[in-house]
Design a protein around this ligand. Structure first.
Ligand code: VG1
Ligand code: CO
Length: 542
């Protein structure tokens, strides 16, 4: 029997860069998850009898919210729900399942790289029929619904067994528990030369993959160890844990320091990689050679034709605005278009659907292609392995050759975390207020040549997204970008993105911090970061 439960709105359910993210304690309030899920369903049309995909990254609260969502999907009239076994689906795997089974959409339960556990973060995002994150028009409709919701629909039913693959009935709706890995691994085999990678791994090439006790463990173990023959133990932290073993499942040099140290050791492995909570990010480290995500995007775009899935070449490359211009140079050399979008994967979906872009990437360790509509951590690692199998050179040599051909975009992101929201807003408001007078201003990095607040017009549907980050450009092509994070759950996070281009015949071997020192000083001069945030140093540099 369908129950209609009365409720009242919560005013804080606005989806951010990637879905709704809050502290677990917030999600544990009565009716909180229900309100949001009903608001998602209320924003959709025509799903009666259709298929919904459901899964998450295994973090604390995952199983509970899956049961809530199953009952609500049944009450709202979905015909079938495909749910990953154990409640597990990585974000890219969920995107694939939506596409492969022609689902209406999917709910992915994750707060991605944010920590998990009773006092940490949880999240819910909705993906549309193309497998990608809901575009802004949909997230805005969801938010509007959260502000006027008066009731939600559910049923009274016992919990569904999530641990056994198979089909059950839930008040007339089919619940199909699926193997979360099989379809995804099969897709990867169609894109990459597994035989060549197997040969590479059999030749003495040593890799390590850190799943960070998050969702990619089962995927990585199946693909790297079982299908590609890497020795047992290649995947570390391979069991998804509700609290990620008390770590941040954020694959950067701070939170994946063990992996970094292993790769910097004299007798360390040849290749190291890691992924985040929900499996859509990637960290790539060669022996004695960290690869920035922006460089990784450029390198993969330049070498993608070495993998069977991309042998015909790329239609175009897309990157988020704060991502470095390294990929632009590859696009120019290949004679293909380069698209610059706002931060967040939802802006790539239309370009991928329209066949305008084949490969996309963000400076925040996200890379992906038109094989799904999300960024994809394991995909990026496999493309790197395919390139390494074809070229048989160390990562450091490959990067050096890349820079010698295209020049090098020195790049870093400085994050100032957990700032008081009013102070962060004041910093951004002051910058926005000074945009007109900034050109010509002298700084430690030379005079400012241009400043604006990035606005994007989607070339496929004409939708406009404004106020996407303050860009300050310098005469030599250097750039500083300031924006506030849309994924945090505590105060505000200021992100400062710094970039300087060094041409192919220039000094390509500098330390990044030294190469960027004048820009770091200029960022402080322009934004008065210390005065606004009260912080002398960034919390994290990536
Ligand atoms: C961050 C990154 C952005 C990424 C988003 C979701 O957003 O900067 O590039 O798309 O996280 O990634 P923000 O608004 O905090 O800068 V994930 O792996 O957390 O879903
Ligand atoms: Co993620």
């Amino acid at each position: 029997m369908i129950l209609t439960v009365e409720t009242t709105p919560f005013t804080d359910q606005k989806p951010g860069t990637s879905g709704l993210r809050k502290k677990v304690k917030v999600f544990q309030q009565p009716r909180y998850a229900e309100n949001f899920i009903q608001s998602v369903f209320d924003s959709l049309d025509g799903f009666a009898g259709q298929t919904l995909v459901l899964g998450g990254d295994g973090r604390f609260l995952n199983r509970e919210v899956i049961q809530v969502a199953l009952r609500m999907a049944a009450a709202n009239g979905f015909g079938r729900v495909l749910v990953g076994q154990g409640g597990i689906l990585s974000t890219p795997a969920a995107s694939n399942v939506i596409r492969q089974y022609g689902a209406f959409g999917g709910l992915v339960l994750s707060a991605s790289h944010n920590p998990g556990g009773p006092d940490e973060d949880f999240g819910i995002k909705y993906n549309i029929a193309n497998g990608g994150p809901a575009p802004e028009a949909v997230t805005e409709a969801i938010f509007a619904n959260t502000l006027k919701i008066a009731s939600y629909k559910t049923i009274e039913a016992p919990d569904v067994d999530l641990d056994t693959v198979g089909t059950t009935d839930l008040a007339g709706m089919t619940v199909q528990v699926i193997d979360p890995v099989a379809d995804y691994a099969a897709l990867m085999e169609t894109l990459f030369d597994f035989a060549a990678i197997r040969d590479l791994l059999a030749s003495g090439f040593v890799m390590q993959f850190d799943a960070m006790s998050a969702v990619t463990g089962p995927y990585a173990t199946e693909i790297f160890e079982r299908r590609l023959g890497a020795p047992a133990g290649t995947v570390r932290n391979g069991v998804p844990l509700p609290d990620f073993g008390h770590h941040h499942p954020d694959p950067n040099l701070v939170h994946a320091k063990d992996l970094y140290d292993a790769l910097m050791a004299p007798d360390g492995p040849d290749f190291g990689a890691a992924s985040d909570g929900d499996g859509d990010r990637n960290l790539i480290i060669g022996k004695h050679c960290y690869v920035t995500p922006s460089d990784s995007l450029a390198l993969l775009a330049a070498n993608a034709h070495l993998a069977p899935g991309y042998a015909r070449g790329l239609a175009g490359i897309a990157r988020s605005m704060p991502t470095s211009g390294a990929a632009d140079r590859v696009a120019a050399a290949l004679g293909i278009p380069l698209f610059e979008t706002p931060t967040g994967w939802k802006f790539f979906g239309n370009l991928l659907d329209a066949g305008l872009a084949t490969i996309c990437g963000e400076e925040s360790a996200g890379t992906g292609s038109d094989h799904v509509r999300e960024k994809d951590g394991i995909w990026a690692v496999l493309l790197w392995l395919n390139v390494l199998a074809a070229r048989r050179q160390p990562v450091a040599a490959i990067m050096a050759e890349h820079w010698a051909q295209y020049g090098r975009n020195y790049y870093a992101r400085h994050d100032y975390e957990a700032i008081e929201t009013t102070r962060a807003d004041a910093l951004m408001a002051r910058l926005r207020g000074s945009l007109e007078t900034l050109p010509g201003t002298q700084t430690a990095a030379g005079p400012v040549s241009m400043a604006d607040d990035f606005s994007y017009t989607d070339p496929t549907d004409g939708s406009v997204s404004s106020r996407q980050g303050v860009r300050v450009l310098f005469a030599d092509g250097s750039r500083i970008v300031f924006r506030l994070s849309g994924t945090g759950t505590q105060g505000a996070t200021l992100r400062v993105y710094l970039e300087r281009y060094e041409p192919a015949d220039g000094n390509l071997g500098q330390e990044t911090a030294a190469a960027l020192a004048p820009l770091i000083a200029a960022a402080e001069e322009l934004a008065l970061i210390v005065a606004h945030t009260g912080m002398a140093e960034p919390s994290v540099i990536t």
